[in-house]
Each structure stands twice: as structure tokens, then as C-alpha cells.
Design a binder for this molecule. Structure first.
Ligand code: NAP
Length: 321
């Protein structure tokens, strides 16, 4: 029986996970197929229920479903519980276990970005979705003392802060309204800026006007496709150190692979496949659009209706579809 692993999200065409994971499965001679399931929120519960079938090793979960999946699994590991977000599902018999490998994946990437400097204590995080939760939790557990979260919908940022009430009791975690003057003031005090929104997946869009970026910031954009987002281009021009989301993708993916297969992930194979995809373009796997794929249904959290955040071009940034 050929086993199956799936990526569940909406949209998913941008994702390098399929190519990377299939290369790893093939390299170790594991008889399994990595499938791309584009599922709207309305179809999420059915998709998760299907994973209980014997042929499934597990799944990755991506935008915009990482938080919605939490009540649909049987057990959460510590990082998934702490973040309230799941990016990996594994199967134990008929039971589904929710994990969060974005947390250790982000930590490896942050360590590399910080390099030999002392780990800073002050960060600004853009976004309040599933990825932002992993980032904030990683920063809290790495000893950051001040974290300011900006999100298009302020109430979601405030919900994130409430969620971390206990783990952040010893430090200053706050959500602030996304106004340029407030952002500028916070950026002038911070050392680390992380973009955990999906703005930047469309070429030219950026969450922050270039002129707000002070020099010498450490800037990480979780977006990895395109490899150099507008934010990273602007940050490099402002003499900031920059990193895209590729290392985090590799590291969270390696841990996902190990949870599904019980084998060491072939990091060199996965890295080579990411490099190939970046340089030659994605060898796209077929996308299963699901029962409501063709309909114009509401896409979930990222599909909200409030006014968008103005990009550097002055145009509201939108996630790619
Ligand atoms: P999510 O739960 O859907 O959250 C999306 C976030 O982006 C929310 O904060 C949302 O704000 C914001 N956003 C979306 N469109 C926006 C717009 N037009 N204007 C302003 N804000 C907008 O998604 P996620 O899972 O957190 O993922 C976020 C990003 O991180 C994606 O690009 C994903 O690919 C990337 N990511 C990368 C890695 C990696 O390994 N490199 C891992 C995880 C995630 P609202 O709440 O106001 O809608």
C-alpha cells in the first residue's frame, strides 16, 4: 500500500513543501506520496477526518488553517498547546496528534540571523495568525522581554496576547494598532523585525513602507516564495541583516518528516530540492481542489473584510490566491 501525506491549506500553489517532502520520501525509499489539498475552511473538518484512514502517515497544515485545526485533532503536543496552532499532524492508530514544528524551525532560523551577536530582547512581529503564534512563543521562550505585535485586524492581535497571558506574564507582550507612526516608533526601539503575515507572497507587496525601516535591524520574512520579498529588498537597502523563510521551512519540514516516518530527515536532499525549486521554479504537484474548490466561498481568517494595510506602493496588500 502506498502511504499518503498531505498538505492542507488555501491557497497552496506557492508552497515548496510538496517538492521538498517528496524528494525526502523518495531518497529514503519510503513508499509514500505527498499530496496537495487545497481546502476552504468549510471543508476542513472533513479533510482532517479523512486523515484517520490507515494509508495516511499524517499532514502539514498551512495558511489559513493552523488555528482552526486545533479542536479537530485528538491530542496536542506541548508546542501546539502553547501556541494554539498546529502545522503538523501525525497518526497514532486512529488518533490524530497535533504538533507545532514552526516553533523549533523559527528558532534555528533566528539563531542563524542573530549569528555571533547576543540574542536581542526586543522584537516587533507583524501578523497574528498561526505562524505569528509560533514566532511569538519562540521569542518568549528564547528570553525576549519586549514583543510588540501589529496585525491588520487589531482584535486578532489582542487575542494572541491574551492567549499567551500566562507564558508572557514576566515580560512585555502587547498588540498595537497598525498605524505608520506607531510602527515607526516601535521599530526605532527594536532590534528584530519578523514578518509573519502573508503579505509579500505577491511580488512587490510589502507590509511596511521602506522609509520606516531603520538601519541595523535584523529582519526575517517568513515568506520564502518569492525568495527575496519587497520587505527584504527594502531592508537590505536600509543596511539591515535579512533572512527569508527558507531555513525555517527546511527545519520545520525535517521535523515533520521525522514525525511521520520515524526516520532521520535527509536534510541535504531537502535543501537541494529547495534550492532547485528556488532557481528553476517549482515542479508543481497536482492540486486537489476539494468539494468547494471552484466556488467563491469565504477563505477563512485571511479573507477578512476590514481595510487592508497599505503597502509601500500605497496600494492595499492582499494575500495571493
Ligand atoms: P494565517 O493564519 O492565515 O495568518 C495570516 C496573517 O497575515 C494574519 O496576520 C493576517 O492578518 C495577515 N494578512 C493576510 N493578508 C493580509 C493583508 N492583505 N493585509 C494585512 N494583513 C494580512 O497564515 P499563517 O499560517 O500565519 O502564515 C502567514 C505567512 O507565514 C504565510 O506567508 C506563510 O506562508 C508563512 N509561513 C512560513 C513558514 C516557513 O516555514 N517559512 C511557516 C509558517 C508560515 P488578519 O488577521 O488581519 O487577517
Amino acid at each position: 500500500m502506498t502511504n499518503r501525506v498531505v498538505l492542507i491549506g488555501h491557497p497552496i500553489a506557492h508552497s515548496f513543501s510538496g517538492a521538498m517532502q517528496q524528494a525526502a520520501l523518495d531518497a529514503l525509499g519510503i513508499d509514500a506520496r505527498y499530496e496537495l489539498w487545497d481546502r476552504r475552511q468549510i471543508d476542513l473538518a472533513d479533510a482532517i477526518a479523512e486523515l484517520r484512514g490507515e494509508e495516511f502517515l499524517g499532514a502539514n497544515v498551512t495558511i489559513p488553517h493552523k488555528e482552526h485545526v486545533v479542536p479537530l485533532v485528538d491530542r496536542l503536543t506541548e508546542d501546539a498547546q502553547a501556541t494554539g496552532a498546529v502545522n503538523v499532524i501525525s497518526r497514532e492508530g486512529k488518533k490524530l496528534i497535533g504538533h507545532n514544528t514552526d516553533v523549533p524551525g523559527f528558532k534555528v532560523a533566528l539563531d542563524k540571523l542573530v549569528g555571533r551577536q547576543k540574542m536581542p530582547r526586543h522584537a516587533v512581529v507583524l501578523g497574528a495568525g498561526g505562524a505569528a503564534r509560533a514566532v511569538v512563543y519562540a521569542l518568549i521562550t528564547d528570553g525576549f522581554q519586549h514583543i510588540t505585535v501589529f496585525n491588520r485586524h487589531l482584535h486578532r492581535g489582542e487575542g494572541l496576547v491574551r492567549h499567551f497571558g500566562r507564558s508572557a506574564a514576566h515580560m512585555d507582550l502587547r498588540a498595537m494598532p497598525w498605524h505608520e507612526s506607531v510602527l515607526e516608533a516601535e521599530l526605532s526601539k527594536t532590534k528584530v523585525l519578523v514578518n509573519a503575515t502573508s503579505i509579500g507572497m505577491t511580488v512587490g507587496e510589502t507590509p511596511i513602507p521602506a522609509e520606516l525601516l531603520p538601519p541595523d535591524l535584523l529582519v526575517m520574512d517568513l515568506v520564502y516564495n518569492p525568495p527575496q520579498s519587497q520587505l527584504l529588498k527594502d531592508a537590505a537597502a536600509a543596511h539591515c541583516a535579512t533572512m527569508n523563510g527558507e531555513l525555517m521551512l527546511l527545519q520545520q519540514g525535517a521535523r515533520s518528516f521525522e514525525l511521520w516516518t520515524g526516520q532521520h530527515a535527509p536534510l541535504d536532499v531537502m535543501q537541494a530540492e529547495l534550492e532547485r525549486a528556488r532557481e528553476q521554479g517549482l515542479r508543481q504537484l497536482p492540486i486537489d481542489m476539494g468539494p468547494h474548490g471552484g466556488e467563491n466561498a469565504q477563505g477563512g481568517a485571511a479573507g477578512g473584510a476590514a481595510g487592508g494595510v497599505a503597502g509601500a506602493s500605497g496600494q492595499a496588500a492582499r494575500p495571493s490566491a
